[in-house]
Structures are given as structure tokens and as C-alpha cells.
Design a protein around this ligand. Structure first.
Ligand code: SF4
Ligand code: ZN
Ligand code: ZN
Length: 336
């Protein structure tokens, strides 16, 4: 007869279900969930991401990380002060209605209101249609570039219209470290500084964006989502093959490093946080970002047309955006 050896939780002695390589600890279900929730709450506090008075807009994609964000934040922030926003990209064969229903179910279970919108509603074309148009124009841009730029814009515009104090995205530790290296390899110090969690807001039109999962490994987020029984969008986006190769390479390289030396990504992020802390003040000297002469939204230093308007124009699409009307909750700030 084969006897199964039970590995015990390093913290409480119950049966372990997870090996946390970077601390060399075995954790049971309860200790694992508590550990992830605690680390998220600590990071929020440590980086002064938001206080309990703040209205939060959570960007929920339907992926595992977004459900971890939803669940963890709902444990330490009042649900009346959270709205979940989900954006349907309109990717052929990808955005299925059942995922939207799941998002609605999970938010409702936590007493959180949900707003569903789409790229098509915002700009008149779905992502699939934009990609098709750009290909007709002979443009080689990755669909992910349109997708990321549009999603960022929609999240900010909705947050502003709703009167949110912060937008929360579900970027995890792996995403963050990849982005650090992307910004370094592209030689983009401004972006690198703006990635810092304590970097100041450079325009009144931007709602501060924070990333509570920035110290949670992707494999931890996946396990958390699994333990809580979240059914997330498992099919890969068909455009993933067009993802810029630099990120894919960095991702692979970091994965190998992490396997050799568990905790290395966490140390890189902490090193980056400390190294650039003083320099974030430099951003304040930049005062305010310039405004796009087409859409009136903030754009990067040195530009007079924002990247989104420029990309759409090149794809033969008029950059005209349908701004949402105020949607009921919050919005006490200022006019409108
Ligand atoms: Fe958007 Fe690219 Fe992600 Fe697909 S893979 S959802 S196009 S960012
Ligand atoms: Zn335990
Ligand atoms: Zn613009």
C-alpha cells in the first residue's frame, strides 16, 4: 500500500497546498489566501495607493488577476466605494457573453456595481474592425498596441466621469518587472519614472492609476483564483501571437531567472522602488502634460497629438470619442 506523505503548512501545521518558492514556505489553503490578501493590503498602505474614503474604479478584464484584485480589495474597502468596469474589446472569437455574465455575478456577490462598455461604443469600431482597417492601410502595428492604448483611455475617461479617486488595475509582479525592463531597454526614463508607485499625477484630467497586485507573482494569482473557484477567461486572445516580441522575450528570460533564484523579481521591483523614489520628485518639475489638439486629453511630453488619435488617423479612422454620460453613483466632484 502506498502511503501519501502529507506536507504540513509552515505556519499552522495543517495540510499544505502551496509551495511559496521565494520564502521557501509551504502553506495551507487558509494561510495562503490570508498571505496574499495581507500582502496586497500592505502594499496599498505602504505605497499610499488609496484610503478608505476613496472611490475606486476597478478595471476587470475577466482574467484571473482581475478576479484576485476584485476579491482582495473587497475584503478591505467598502463595496459602496467600488465600481467595476469591464471593457469588451470586440476580438473575433474571444469576447464571449458568458464571461461578462461571470463578471456580473462575481461583482454582485460582493455588493459591487458593474459598468460594462466596449471599444466599439467608445470609438465606433471594435478592436477587430480597427485591426482590419489598419491592415488595409498597410500598417504593421500590433493589435495589442491599439488595445492597450484604447483600454487605458477608456478606463481614465470612465473613472473621471464617475468621479473615481483612483483606478485600480490588476497588473501583477511579473507584469511590472517586465515593464521596467521594457522601459529600460527602450531608453525611456520618463516612462520608467511614471511607472513608480509614488510618481505624481501630471494632469488634472488623469485619474491616478494604482496596481495593488504589484507584489503578487502571477503563479500566486493563478492559484488564488483557482482556490476561490473563479472561472476565468482561459482561452488565449488570438492576437497574442502579435504581442510585441520584446515583452515576450523579457517574460521568458525573467521566468528562467526566477526558476534559478526564487524571489529575484520581487527583489528587482523593490530595488527599483527604492532607487527611483527620490527621482519621482523630478516629475513634479515637468508640471503638467501637454494636451492633444485633437481630443483634448493629456499626451506625452513633446507631443501635440496623442498616440491614440495618431494611430486611429493612420488606420483611416476619425478620432472621435463617445464620452459616457454620468452613470448614477458618485460624481460629486466639480461640475457636470
Ligand atoms: Fe489586447 Fe493584445 Fe491582450 Fe489581446 S493579447 S487582449 S489584443 S493586449
Ligand atoms: Zn496554514
Ligand atoms: Zn488625442
Amino acid at each position: 500500500m502506498q502511503v501519501r506523505e502529507i506536507v504540513k503548512c509552515s505556519l499552522c501545521g495543517r495540510e499544505a497546498v502551496f509551495y511559496q518558492a521565494f520564502t521557501n514556505k509551504y502553506l495551507c489553503r487558509e494561510c495562503f489566501i490570508e498571505d496574499v490578501r495581507k500582502r496586497i493590503a500592505n502594499e496599498v498602505k505602504d505605497k499610499r495607493m488609496f484610503s478608505e474614503r476613496d472611490n475606486l474604479l476597478l478595471a476587470i478584464s475577466g482574467g484571473k488577476d482581475s478576479f484576485v484584485l476584485l476579491d482582495a480589495v473587497s475584503h478591505f474597502h467598502p463595496s459602496s466605494k467600488i465600481i467595476a468596469l469591464s471593457i469588451v474589446e470586440g476580438i473575433p472569437g474571444y469576447n464571449r457573453q458568458e464571461y461578462i455574465e461571470r463578471i456580473k455575478k462575481y461583482t454582485k456577490e460582493r455588493g459591487i456595481d458593474t459598468v460594462i462598455t466596449s471599444i466599439k461604443e467608445f470609438v465606433g469600431y471594435s478592436l477587430g474592425e480597427i485591426v482590419e482597417k489598419s491592415r488595409e492601410m498597410g500598417i504593421e502595428l500590433s493589435p495589442c498596441t491599439y488595445c492597450g492604448s484604447l483600454r487605458r483611455r477608456i478606463i481614465n475617461v470612465y473613472a473621471r466621469e464617475l468621479g473615481a479617486d483612483r483606478t485600480l488595475t490588476a497588473h501583477n509582479l511579473d507584469d511590472e518587472v517586465q515593464t521596467i525592463f521594457m522601459n529600460i531597454l527602450r531608453g525611456d526614463p520618463e516612462r520608467l519614472l511614471r511607472q513608480h508607485p509614488l510618481s505624481p499625477k501630471l494632469s488634472d484630467k488623469l485619474v491616478q492609476r494604482v496596481k495593488p497586485l504589484r507584489k503578487i507573482y502571477e503563479y500566486e494569482a493563478a492559484f488564488y483564483a483557482y482556490l476561490l473557484g473563479f472561472k476565468f477567461q482561459e482561452t488565449e486572445c488570438p492576437y497574442i501571437i502579435y504581442q510585441p516580441t520584446l515583452r515576450a522575450r523579457i517574460r521568458h528570460w525573467l521566468y528562467m531567472l526566477e526558476r534559478e533564484a526564487p524571489g529575484v523579481e520581487l527583489r528587482i521591483l523593490e530595488f527599483f522602488d527604492n532607487l527611483l523614489l527620490d527621482r519621482t520628485n523630478k516629475l513634479k518639475e515637468l508640471n503638467s502634460l501637454p494636451t492633444c489638439r485633437i481630443c483634448g486629453e493629456p499626451t506625452s511630453i513633446g507631443r501635440d497629438v496623442c498616440k491614440l488619435c495618431e494611430m486611429l488617423e493612420k488606420a483611416g479612422i476619425e478620432p472621435k470619442y463617445n464620452y459616457p454620460k454620468h452613470m448614477g453613483k458618485w460624481r460629486a466632484k466639480g461640475e457636470g
